[in-house]
Design a protein around this ligand. Structure first.
Ligand code: ZN
Length: 502
């Protein structure tokens, strides 16, 4: 059995090497590659991912998994090898149950769909992408139907990024959250808006980058195993245990873009940096789900990075870096500005409170499309009516409406949005547990010290990688199931105080 396990691991190591090599190429494409490299890079990425996929779905892997299953079942439940075999079994089934012809059709189609979207969006032409979206919906249903045991057709699609999460559970949780958020947003936005004009003064690029990196390093981002570069759409990528990259973008006339993007991506990176090195080069050496990954980026970006305590420590330093912009601005005024809540049409510009409403609209519409209770041709109208009911806003055009996000035009419909809000919910859930264990954390943050919080997260979440699912991590840390109570307590506590709402 030890030999067979080693054989399996050797294949997994090679698959991982190929995937990490592709990640390096993708990172280069998104940071430094000249435009002329696009065609060649596309070929290289597609070849590498094809070779990695073929290596993984090889019948030899299936045979090894079959042979190793009794061994995995004989080991203690939380043994690394048992967990590895079971995770690989699930990945293998997911990768092999979808016929390669269907996958090829999907990849070809979404590439064309994305191209169409890049033209349709600037010309505000939903009709141009409608036929693509209809086919995407059809292909998404076909992929879901490769896993016919589902309770809901969206379950297999959600399972691709948030393993074990079910549509029915998420729907209930989101509906409960929406019931609380809509009136909270209304109560806040009925009040006068705090002034945030000083965030839009001139903030030189290098000073912004230096300040963000300094905070990320104090958080615990390890520059011996990572670096930051510039890109258009910030992301984090891992090349393995020793090299985890983050990216950011800088707007010299908007202070809150680069810094919070850096803190966000640093949160993703610290999660990956904290995975036990013994798991490296295996499928366990990843974040366990998009929701848990997002919980860590949001925890470090929002719960810590937008907290009063954080700025008690950092604001005097920030004033020293940008005296001409901030010397006349008090800490309280700055804190209110970076936490300003406003109704807007654009998800990526949204604040902590309204952000989830944007996500839930997209999640619900995806589900309705998959169920067949909503047709693609009626999507713009459905989009607009939800913005009206949830945010009291009407998009002037589809560019700021249904054509806004790339997700539906570059991948399957279903499974791509829930992770953002699950992440917010889980960020508070985990933070609450860290506070229970270490009530001194807020006082430490006010001193610019993050080691206790980082240590708790490493111990309870990061080190495990994919060894435990999101639901298992929640059970292990809280003893219960996913609940929105800590998140609601956080939002109500922070924003009712900030806006003086009883
Ligand atoms: Zn993120």
């Amino acid at each position: 059995m030890k030999n067979k396990l080693q054989n399996l691991k050797n294949i997994l190591y090679e698959v991982d090497d190929l995937q990490k090599a592709a990640a390096v190429l993708y990172w280069d494409q998104s940071t430094y590659m000249p435009a002329g490299g696009a065609v060649g890079r596309g070929n290289q990425l597609s070849t590498l991912s094809k070779v990695a996929h073929e290596k993984f779905v090889d019948t030899a892997v299936g045979k090894l998994l079959d042979d190793l299953q009794p061994y995995a079942d004989s080991l203690p439940d939380d043994d690394d090898d048992a967990r590895l075999i079971n995770v690989v079994r699930r990945d293998y089934d997911k990768a092999t149950k979808v016929p390669s012809t269907l996958l090829a059709e999907l990849y070809g189609h979404v590439a064309a769909s994305y191209q169409a979207w890049t033209k349709a969006r600037p010309s505000n032409d939903f009709e141009m992408v409608r036929p693509y979206l209809e086919k995407t919906l059809d292909l998404s249903r076909q992929i879901a139907n490769c896993f016919p045991d589902y309770d809901h057709i969206a379950d297999p699609l959600i399972d691709r990024s948030d393993e074990g999460m079910k549509t029915a559970v998420i729907r209930q949780i989101f509906s409960d959250l929406r019931t609380e958020l809509v009136p909270l947003v209304q109560a806040i936005t009925d009040l006068p808006e705090p002034d945030n004009s000083f965030l839009f003064k001139h903030y030189p690029e290098q000073k912004q980058l230096d300040f963000g990196m300094k905070a990320a390093i104090q958080y615990g981002f390890d520059t011996h195993r990572g670096r930051q570069d510039k890109t258009h759409h910030p992301f984090m990528t891992s090349f393995g245990h020793g090299d985890i990259r983050i990216t950011t973008r800088v707007n010299e006339h908007r202070f809150d873009d680069a810094l919070f993007s850096t803190l966000h991506e640093a949160g993703h990176a610290m999660y990956e940096m904290g995975i036990r090195p013994e798991l490296d080069r295996t499928p366990l050496a990843n974040g366990t789900s998009s929701g848990v990954h997002e919980s860590q980026s949001r925890l470090w970006e929002n719960i810590v990075g937008r907290s009063y305590e954080f700025w008690q420590h950092y604001y005097p330093q920030l004033q020293t870096v940008f005296p001409e912009n901030l010397n006349d601005v008090s800490l309280d005024a700055f804190y209110r500005a970076i936490n300003k809540v406003s109704k807007s049409l654009i998800r990526t510009d949204a604040d902590e409170v309204t952000y989830n409403l944007h996500v839930m609209i997209r999640f619900d519409l995806s589900i309705q499309l998959l169920e067949g209770t909503l047709e693609v041709k009626d999507l713009p109208e459905a989009w607009n009516s939800r913005y009206q009911s949830d945010l009291g806003l009407q998009a002037p055009n589809d560019v700021d409406g249904v054509l806004q996000d790339v997700h539906w035009y570059s991948g399957v419909i279903g499974g791509s949005f829930q992770g953002y809000t699950l992440g917010n919910i889980m960020s508070s859930l985990f933070y609450e547990q860290a506070l229970k264990a270490h009530p001194s954390i807020p006082a430490e943050i006010a001193q610019g010290e993050f080691g206790t919080l980082h240590g708790w997260l490493r111990e309870n979440l990061y080190q495990h990688g994919r060894k435990y699912t999101a639901n298992e991590l929640i059970k292990r840390t809280t003893g219960g199931d996913l609940t929105i109570t800590p998140y609601l307590n956080y939002l109500h506590g922070k924003f009712r105080k900030l806006y003086n709402i009883s």
